[in-house]
Design a protein around this ligand. Sequence first.
Ligand SMILES: [Zn+2]
Length: 270
Amino acid sequence: MTSFIPLPVRRLLGGWWHEFQARSKKNALLGSLKGSGTKCNVCGWEGRSFTDDQWHPGTICPECGSQVRHRMLAAALDGMSNLPGLDEKTLLSGKRILHFAPERQFRNRISKAAGKYVTADCERGDCDLRLDISAMPSVPDQSFDVVISCDVLEHVPDDLTAMREILRILGPGGTAILTVPQMDPPARTDEDPCVLSETEREKRFGQKDHVRMYGDDFPSRLEQAGFVISTLVHTSFFRAALESHVLYPPVANANKLATNQRRLYFAKKA
Ligand SMILES: [Zn+2]
């Protein structure tokens, strides 16, 4: 298509042209994945298989971009796990919810369920608050019932202080919903504040803005901060949900930074 439209015309069309190209590319992808057997429980898309990410084939929803961790959270909220009390009605309905680095796939759902819904990020301009999760003096003690922070703590230099801050702003019985990239078991967290270059961080921690790569000791860090932890892994979900929504990569990646097994943590304030 590009070759039929002269460059000056494309420049004139500007943003519209880029949007048109992106939409055409997405439509072609959706067409190539037509079928059944795989269903995104975040957006409802159904097809032959999900598309690929950097580490795993068949794990990304071509419609909404959901990853394994998003679909695990949706399945938990839909009551598809073997742990009680993690469904949307029990966990979120009418609650005061603070959502860090809010995933676009969940904003509507959580906002509708919540009694009060506040979004926050340390950089993004599309959130209610600009907040550093490890220093939140502007947020009063016990002012939220739920804090959601998925794939955030691996960016935070002092994660223990961040965990203590989350604990502080939660009311009694409050819950933090957390995910982080983790090396497959058995592994200990790899961190080193002396690793400062983006290249070295990407090589060692999986992304240029990560300051560590967590291991199995992530929940014990949360316990150290004062939380009581419940964990969901792919086998915690009903088999139909696990297979249809692809809650574990169809092909595991041997790279230790690939996070084959995603874990969803519900950290409760006693
Ligand atoms: Zn989707």
